[in-house]
Design a protein around this ligand. Structure first.
Ligand SMILES: [Zn+2]
Length: 54
């Protein structure tokens, strides 16, 4: 859990913004957690793409 997870989970960051933050913070998070965040973002983006009219 990191600032990206916290802000993303409460809706303060959009997937695109969270990706940018991830790019900046990747080294601080460590490879393992960076991958967890990436997975979370992929799922969120996939869900968003399934919404009709979005
Ligand atoms: Zn995190």
């Amino acid at each position: 859990m990191c600032i990206i997870c916290i802000d993303f989970d409460r809706g303060a960051l959009k997937p695109k913004e969270a990706r940018r933050a991830l790019g900046e913070m990747r080294e601080k998070l460590g490879r393992e957690h960076a991958e967890e965040v990436e997975q979370k973002l992929r799922e969120a983006e996939a869900t968003a793409e399934q919404k009709p009219g979005a």
